[in-house]
Write a protein that binds this ligand. Structure first.
Ligand SMILES: C[S@@+](CC[C@H](N)C(=O)[O-])C[C@H]1O[C@@H](n2cnc3c(N)ncnc32)[C@H](O)[C@@H]1O
Length: 414
């Protein structure tokens, strides 16, 4: 859930970041290696998780939950069950999580649902570091970890059935949002020209075009015939790499390593990466990228069975400019638009991209405000109605409408 270096979630813990000046590759091994343990499956799964997703009950049937969210449909699809098995495998030791939480659907959005009541301070999710995929040291270029991820993804997908000796991460990879899926297409990286223009945001357009260019350069430079093939046996394309970049920007967490080392790493943390965003979430991320470490979501308030377990992406300080570029959706919380408006008024520093950490240059602010003034909010609402065919165009118009609303609030307040 990459966003910014400034947004540390927890002391000595996980923070969100895709931004930094360093682009050095990690010298650590790519995969967080487990201390050698016997690779045996838990024999009696329902004994291992008597009250969780693998046992009886569950969030969809529990009587403990009183809210309407207790009717959440837990994900018991074949790939999900294979993924739960994968978590339970002894070398991962993450099966205990399934007593407390599972995957569920909130409308059409998959997320994590509590399987039982939990107290404030309880670990809701607790994933051993060894289960995480370490994509290298923190850096500003998402195409580097994307390349590593894409390579491993293609290698793991070579066989149809998960086989823990040859493709141990397949069960997890099968749960990732698919290539060309609606989720990934929500990111500005996949916007049509018309949608990009409709953003009325020169800085977002500029950053998007640069990222596309960087992705193409990475593809030209590092992907050749020796690269593993795509799932269907055809050569990997730059569009596959763009999808992998989106996986990085939307689901990787930057986690501090050993305190004496002073380094941070980009981790894909299975299951934890399935938590959706809610800016007001009280839950806290903690943990370190060290052997034996635990990567946790700790309850910041009591949790009821059936409740969705969300976390605040971007440390709760990212605006909708970042949400649209990195995650591919707009945060409905008004604060996400207020942040963009404050940046445009020179009252808040830019979080990431060109000029990160600085107040936006006056000329850039003026250019952006001029574009925003080129249509009224009423006109935008009409255009939004008309933009049914192009989801990117709709998001772009929604983005600028939100920014205009936030700007008008700021101006009234002045
Ligand atoms: C870290 S993943 C979260 C899990 C994801 N829903 C899944 O099923 O794999 C981040 C992605 O989830 C979706 N997402 C997370 N929070 C959301 C929200 N509040 N509204 C809409 N989509 C959201 C977006 O597609 C985002 O890029």
């Amino acid at each position: 859930f990459s966003a910014s270096l400034h947004n540390r979630f927890a002391v000595g813990g996980i923070h969100t970041s895709s931004s930094s000046t360093t682009t050095r590759r990690s010298t650590t091994s790519l995969w967080a290696k487990a201390a050698k343990k016997k690779k045996t499956k838990t024999k009696n799964k329902s004994a291992a998780a008597p009250a969780g997703i693998k046992g009886f009950g569950g969030a969809s049937t529990t009587t403990a939950a009183s809210s309407s969210s207790s009717n959440v449909a837990t994900d018991r699809s074949k790939p999900a069950l294979a993924f739960y098995d994968y978590m339970e495998e002894q070398q991962h030791g993450a099966g205990g999580n399934l007593k407390r939480a599972a995957l569920g659907y909130f409308g059409s959005l998959r997320g994590v649902v509590a399987m039982r009541d939990l107290k404030k301070g309880d670990a809701i999710i607790d994933i051993p570091y060894e289960m995480a995929i370490n994509l290298g040291q923190e850096g500003g270029d998402p195409t580097l970890p994307a390349l590593e991820l894409l390579k491993d993804y293609c290698q793991q997908q070579q066989q149809q059935q998960p086989d823990n000796n040859n493709n141990p991460r397949k069960a997890y990879y099968d749960m990732l949002p698919p290539f060309r899926g609606d989720d990934s297409l929500g990111s500005t990286d996949f916007f049509s020209d018309a949608a990009l223009e409709a953003l009325q945001s020169p800085t977002v357009v500029d950053e998007t075009l640069k990222r596309r260019q960087r992705c193409q350069m990475r593809f030209d430079q590092d992907i050749d015939e020796s690269f593993p093939r795509w799932i269907d046996g055809t050569p990997v394309t730059s569009e596959h790499l763009q999808w992998a970049v989106w996986l990085i920007t939307s689901r990787v967490l930057t986690v501090q390593g050993d305190s004496s080392e002073g380094k941070s790493y980009r981790l894909l943390i299975p299951f934890l990466d399935m938590c959706n965003h809610d800016r007001s979430s009280p839950h806290i991320l903690s943990g370190r990228a060290v052997p034996g470490g635990s990567l946790k979501v700790v309850a910041g308030a009591p949790v009821k069975a059936g409740e969705q377990i969300n976390i605040a992406y971007g440390g709760g300080v990212a605006g909708n400019d970042r949400f649209l570029q990195d995650y591919g959706f707009l945060d409905s919380d008004a604060k996400a638009n207020d942040i963009v408006a404050l940046q445009l008024l020179g009252k808040r520093r830019i979080l990431e991209g060109a000029g990160a950490g600085r107040i936006m240059a006056e000329a850039d602010r003026e250019a952006a405000l001029k574009l925003l003034r080129s249509t009224t909010m009423d006109q935008d609402r009409v255009l939004l109605e008309e933009a049914k065919e192009d989801p990117g165009l709709r998001s772009a118009i929604q983005f600028r409408l939100g920014v205009k609303q936030a700007l008008s609030k700021q101006i009234v307040m002045q």
